[in-house]
Structure formats: C-alpha cells, structure tokens
Design a protein around this ligand. Structure first.
Ligand code: ASP
Length: 419
C-alpha cells in the first residue's frame, strides 16, 4: 500500500479514536484518557512534529544556498524572485478579497451567539516596518537558533549568490551543500515513513480535545471560512493550475496529497516544509533551482488560507460589534492581511496573532478575537493545508514559465533522484 493511503488511514482512525474520547465525555481524570491521550498520543504526536521540525533550519539553509548558487547570474535570481514573490502576493490578495466578498454576503457576525469563555490577551503590536527591518539578520547564528525563517532565507541567498562568484572555493562549498542537501532529502524519505503513526497520534490527541459544541455556536463563521478555503482551492488554484502550470488540476492535487495531509495534521507550514519540498521535486517535477528557493520562501511568506480566515474574521467581528466598515477600511484589510501573512510565523495559530494587526489597522476591538478562538484549531488545520497548496502551485507555475518543470516526472514516467 502506498504511503499516502497509509497516512490517510492513520488520519481517519485518529479522528475516530479522538472523537470517541471527546463524545464519551472522558477527560484527564479518567485513567484510559490520561494514559492514551495525555501520554501515548501526546508523545507520539510531539515526536513526529519534532522529527520534521529538526530538518527545517538546515534544509532551508542548504537548499537555498544550492538554489542561489546554481542561478549564477543576478538576472535569473531577480526574475525568479520577482515572479515567485509576485505570485505569492497576488494569490494572497485574491484570497482575502474573495473572503471579504463572501463574508459580507453571508454576514456571519450578525446575531452570532459567541461563547466568550476564552480569554485573549492581545500581544504587543508589531508594526509592518519592523517586519521588514526584521528580515535582515544581524547574527545569522542566532537567526538559526531562533528559527527565524526570513532571516535565514536572506542570509542563505547572500551566501549562495557569492558562492557562485567565488571560483574554486565557491565550487567546493557548493559541492558540499549539494551533498548535504541530498542527505537531508534522504532523511525526509526515511522520516516520512513514520507519518501514518505520527498523524494518527496527532489526530487522536486533537480530536479528543476539540469541543464540537463551540463549532455549533459559531457555525456561520466556521462555514464561511471553510467555504472561502474551498473556493480558493477549487476555483482560484484550479483555474490558475490549469492556465499557468498547464496540467490537470485534479492530477496536481492528487500529487500533493501527502504534504496537504501533513499540513492538516501538524497545522504548521514550516514543519510541513520538508515534505512539500520533497513532493514538488519528486512528484511534480519542479527543478531544484526553483523548488529550493520557492518552497522555503512560500512556507514562510505565502499564507492564502490564513488571509482568508483573517478576512472573514474581520467582517465577523465588525458585524458582531455592529460596526460598519467603509470601502477604504476593506482596502486596508486586503493590504494588511496580505502583509500580515508575510509576517505570520508558519506555526499553529500564528494567523490569529497576526489578526490583531489587521483589526488594529481598521480600528476594530482586538478583544473580538476571543470570540473565534474556540473554533480556531480546526480552521488552522484546514487553512494550513491551503497554504501548502499555494506554495506548491506557485513553485510549479514559476518552474513551468522558466522551462524547469519536468513533465516526465510529473507524469510518473521518470523517477527523480532527490539531488
Ligand atoms: N498554521 C498556519 C501555517 O503554519 C499559520 C496560521 O494561519 O496560523 O501555515
């Protein structure tokens, strides 16, 4: 049986087992719950996440150094970077605009019976200029220790660029990073074998804890976000995949099931990044020059699903408090949600924290976030899967336009070696 099916089964069984614990009303005071959910599933899930996460920093660094070193001329780096970042921003803008239209039409906030049991402490406001300044590392070692992706990307790009211009020493360093990159790819291939069990543990744990009653309370909000995510996935990506990657959207989605499932279960684009990278190279046929740069960057800055939630949440909170938003406020939401998605760390629930920035920009009460916290866990899982899909799409579209999409690999007629 292939791995994707095993992961799907792990996920399905995990959801059933977790829901059983939830519906049976057991909690940590019951011995079965405390042994299985609090210990076994918790440990299994955390170890699975850690195994993927331990690769992220070395992989981002090694793969971007290789990618930038191979694109030796500044023009190709500029063109590739421009197309990649341009598409990331455009799709995010489209996502949040569609989410706003949908939310305005449905108006989920009017008459919502929200449970405000969850307390929300607004974090320190982060200004957009700080996000921009914060992209350049002052100390790359501390950027790596802290896992600051944007800083690592900037540092790796600079090193890769200079490696290409350093003659003999550059060639030696490049050969080292290429080998190292290959070894990390082999490591992913090994670790991903643990995914069915890891995914099972994560799902059992999450579904044992998620309260379905909260979803019922906020059903309109919940369904509006789900609808927005569905439209973006099926219509926006479907159309763009057809037009720009020039392949069947269904075939495309089938090939990226693995990272989408991992994203859904881990709720983190960053943790999923190694799996996404492996998939776009080995199943979609994106050449390493493009994949090595666009996937780590996408995992960090491209979050269409997050932007959709932020658009709907803004309209929901405005509706709940009976505040009318002007046309210029909506424009501000589009702009800030797009920028916020760049500044959002690719970790669980980060989108909620960045929502504070969007709400503050249009003068809505930040405490309103408490209203939607109860249902965010499940939405986070879904939007992270959409975020990952966006990364894979942009990477393939850019590769296609550069003549770097290997259709033989896409069609499964040739296997690509991880290197
Ligand atoms: N969990 C999301 C991600 O990692 C970010 C968010 O929307 O909270 O892509």
């Amino acid at each position: 049986m292939n791995l994707t099916y095993k992961i799907l089964i792990g996920m399905g069984v995990g959801i059933v087992v977790g829901s059983f614990f939830q519906l049976s009303g057991m909690d940590s005071s019951h011995w079965l719950y405390s042994v299985l959910v609090d210990q076994v599933f918790f440990i299994g899930g955390k170890i699975f996440i850690a195994l993927l996460q331990l690769m992220v920093v070395p992989l981002v660094f090694a793969s971007i150094v290789c990618g930038a070193a191979n694109l030796s001329d500044g023009n190709s780096i500029g063109r590739l970077g421009g197309k990649t970042i341009g598409l990331y921003l455009l799709t995010t803008c489209a996502a949040v605009s569609m989410a706003l239209v949908l939310a305005i039409a449905i108006d989920p906030g009017a008459g919502a019976e929200a449970s405000t049991s969850e307390a929300f402490e607004p974090p320190e406001g982060r200004e957009i200029r700080d996000v921009i300044v914060g992209m350049v590392p002052t100390n790359p070692v501390s950027a790596m220790a802290a896992g600051n992706m944007l800083q690592i990307i900037v540092f790796a790009l600079l090193i890769g660029f200079v490696v290409a211009r350093s003659g003999e020493p550059g060639a030696r360093v490049r050969a080292f990073f290429e080998d190292f990159n290959q070894i990390l790819m082999n490591l992913i291939t090994l670790l991903i074998q643990a995914a069915p069990v890891g995914v099972f543990c994560l799902m059992s744990n999450v579904f044992a804890e998620i309260g379905f009653d909260k979803i019922l309370d906020l059903l309109q909000y919940f369904m509006t976000v789900v609808l927005g995510l569905g439209i973006h996935l099926a219509v926006t990506y479907g159309l763009l995949i057809y037009l720009l990657v020039r392949v069947s959207p269904l075939a495309f989605f089938r090939r990226i099931r693995e990272p989408m499932l991992v994203a859904f279960t881990t709720s983190s684009s960053a943790v999923t990044m190694p799996v996404t990278l492996r998939t776009v190279r080995e199943k979609l046929g994106v050449h390493n020059d493009v994949a090595s740069f666009s996937i780590p960057l996408g995992a960090t800055i491209n979050m269409d699903g997050t932007a959709i939630m932020q658009g709907v949440a803004t309209v929901f909170i405005a509706g709940f408090y009976g505040i009318d938003l002007s046309a210029s406020a909506y424009l501000t939401v589009i702009l800030t949600a797009t920028l916020a998605s760049i500044g959002t760390a690719a970790v669980p629930s980060a989108g909620i924290i960045m929502l504070t920035m969007v709400l503050a920009q249009v003068g809505l009460p930040v405490e309103g976030i408490a209203l939607i916290l109860g249902v965010d866990r499940l939405l986070d899982m879904m939007r992270t899967a959409v975020n990952i899909c966006g990364d894979a799409f942009v990477s393939s579209a850019v590769a296609r336009s550069e003549g770097k999409l290997d259709m033989e690999v896409f069609e499964g007629r040739r296997e690509v070696n991880a290197a």
